[in-house]
Ligand binder design. Structure first.
Ligand SMILES: Nc1ncnc2c1ncn2[C@@H]1O[C@H](COP(=O)(O)OP(=O)(O)OP(=O)(O)O)[C@@H](O)[C@H]1O
Length: 581
């Protein structure tokens, strides 16, 4: 098989910034001009030395050289700053686009991929790793290019002046490079380990904070905190060990690289004494050699960034290239809201099959209830219909079209999925409800809240509809969160509504109200309900009994009571439980 050629990390990076190539190229040109100007004072000093040695007495010649040197210095300051400003603008726009692309991508990958990844990892990639690209984009690209290019030009000039001295000025550079490459040999591997340690730490802290209620309730703070503190300690020790390992080579490198004169001076004296090197050339070369050091050291400071680039780019690319849900983009015209499942098989992990040969027809405008023991696969069926995952085999159609032929946003427009743990964002109640229909007026939002029976409790809150609900709606009770989620779905007014245990948290006092609201919401709609409380679905047009990932029976409440013992048992258990309440 032909192996696909992998693009270099710099190539990938350059591709990410393609909208801003003009700016990046501009910043490189300005940075080159800046470093070139930085070298001007060295030329001027060399020129002054030559003038002095030649016995020049004209004051204006010296002053001209000083003014040119000053201009060079000012030019360096202006060009370097302009380059930095432009490269940073291009960089932050690129990082913004990158983050937006990642979040857009997350909307297109199967829910399973997202749920199976600890949220700490997403935070690390989207926030830290993307931010880690800043030095590369804003500094490495313009500054390293400039700090490498200009010394090359100077070395060429030195070669013209005296090739022996030019080579001697490069000796410490070459030795420094060799020492550094020995030290950097394991850098990418080490950085990969550091990334892993960082991720472990992020996962541990996200888990600890997320589960803090459980931790407190079960007095396990020592135990669960240990996982976090272990991760933090591991991370710190990892960096300390790494630093210790590198200390000798880095010290040697730092000592060798700037000491250019170590060869230039003694050998220069020998050549001068032997008459093969002019004094003015010798002194000019000494001055230029010293001038070389600054840009070269500046260029070498980016080697760390270069070494970690591969790992960072790989991590971000993995997210950007994650497998997407298999859906077409061409809009379709759905005939109606009929839904049909044909011989559907499904596995979350590719190993354990959760649904086996499920076939089901849901007519438009009807109510279908999925009932069955816990873990039987009811939510899985509902989520497959909502397009959260692709089926492993078999087909699901909506309005006559295969689900995978309908664009994802069109499915989202057609279906409202209300579950028992609908997420509320840390914004006002008004904004949370408005998510059902962006652009809805305040009146529409309040109307939906009234219909879902939450207007009264919202008005009792200090800030009414403008009350901020806290992280994940933590300032509200389970039942309140639930009703807001129902209001959101009401506002959305999608033709297909899936209620996955949506009334689970509603207290008996509100249940009648919410049931009434749900009835109003679902008039003329295709409704799929998953309910443990069978009394809420006795009026369904079709009740589907799911057990062990297959459909065991379906029909009306009366028909199932008559013909299907498992349903009869479930009904008896439900009635019994109600009686005991
Ligand atoms: N994201 C997931 N990844 C892996 N397995 C899952 C996932 N979600 C559910 N499962 C498994 O799939 C099976 C069916 O789960 P599902 O949630 O569909 O059942 P259910 O009938 O809706 O249960 P309940 O009534 O308790 O909500 C279970 O064995 C469950 O452990």
């Amino acid at each position: 098989m032909k192996e696909e050629k992998k693009e270099s990390p710099i190539g990938v990076l350059w591709g990410w910034g393609k909208l801003y190539h003009g700016k990046f190229i501009g910043s490189i040109i300005l940075a080159v001009l800046g470093v070139a100007c930085q070298m001007v004072p060295y030329f001027c000093v060399a020129h002054i030395v030559t003038l002095m040695l030649s016995g020049e007495q004209d004051f204006s010649s010296y002053m001209t050289a000083c003014i040119v040197a000053l201009c060079g210095y000012l030019g360096k300051v202006v060009f370097a700053n302009l380059s930095t400003v432009i490269s940073h603008a291009a960089t932050y726009y690129t990082l913004r686009d990158l983050r937006e692309n990642i979040t857009e991508k997350l909307a297109r990958v199967p829910m399973g991929t997202i749920l199976d990844t600890p949220s700490g990892q997403y935070k690390t990639t989207i926030v830290d790793r993307v931010e880690g690209m800043e030095p590369t984009f804003a500094h490495l690209i313009p500054e390293m290019t400039a700090n490498v290019l200009v010394p090359i030009v100077i070395v060429v000039y030195l070669l013209i002046l005296d090739w022996r001295m030019a080579l001697l000025s490069l000796v410490t550079l070459v030795v420094g490079l060799v020492v550094m490459s020995a030290g950097m040999k394991n850098y990418p591997v080490k950085w990969e380990g550091a990334v892993k340690a960082g991720k472990q730490m992020a996962d541990a802290i996200v888990e600890y904070i997320g589960g803090i209620e459980v931790v407190k309730a079960f007095s396990q703070s020592a135990g669960s905190y240990k996982k976090y503190s272990d991760a933090v300690n591991y991370n710190a020790n990892y960096y300390v060990d790494w630093m210790r390992e590198n200390q000798k080579t880095m010290s040697a490198y730092n000592a060798i690289l700037p000491s250019v004169l170590i060869c230039v001076l003694p050998c220069g004296f020998v050549f001068w004494l032997s008459g093969s090197l002019e004094l003015s050339t010798f002194l000019s070369i000494v001055i230029f050699s010293l001038g070389l050091v600054g840009p070269i050291i500046a260029a070498f400071t980016f080697t760390d960034d270069l070494a970690v680039l591969g790992t960072n780019v790989e991590e971000i690319s993995q997210l950007l290239n994650a497998e997407e849900l298999n859906h077409k983009d061409t809009p379709v015209k759905l005939a109606d809201t009929s839904i049909s499942l044909g011989h559907v098989y499904f596995s979350y992990d590719g190993e354990t099959e959760v649904l086996h040969d499920v076939s089901l027809t849901i007519r438009p405008g009807t109510m279908t209830a999925l009932v069955g023991p816990s873990g039987s696969g009811k939510s899985t069926v509902a989520k497959l219909i909502a397009g959260y995952w692709d089926v492993t085999s078999g087909s699901i159609t909506l309005g006559g079209y295969e689900l995978k032929d309908i664009p994802l946003d069109e499915i989202a427009d057609q279906i409202s999925y209300v579950s028992q743990d609908n997420y509320l964002f840390n914004r006002s109640i008004r904004e949370n409800i408005r998510m059902g229909k962006p652009g809805a007026t305040d009146e529409e939002v309040e109307q939906a809240a009234k219909q879902s029976g939450c207007d009264a409790f919202i008005r009792k809150l200090d800030n009414g509809y403008d009350t901020v609900v806290g992280s994940a709606g933590s300032h509200l009770s389970g039942g309140e969160r639930q009703r807001i989620a129902i209001a959101r779905a009401m506002l959305k007014n999608a033709p297909v509504v899936i209620l996955d245990e949506a009334t689970a948290y509603i207290d008996p006092e509100n249940e009648a109200l919410v049931q009434k609201a749900i009835s109003a919401l679902t008039v003329g709609k295709t409704l799929i309900v998953i309910a443990h409380r069978l009394s809420t679905i006795t009026g369904a047009d079709n009740i589907v009994v799911v057990k062990d990932g297959t459909i065991h029976a379906q029909g009306t409440h009366e028909k199932l009571l008559e013909t299907f013992p498992l349903y009869r048992d479930m009904w008896q258990a439900h009635i019994g439980a109600k009686d005991q309440m």
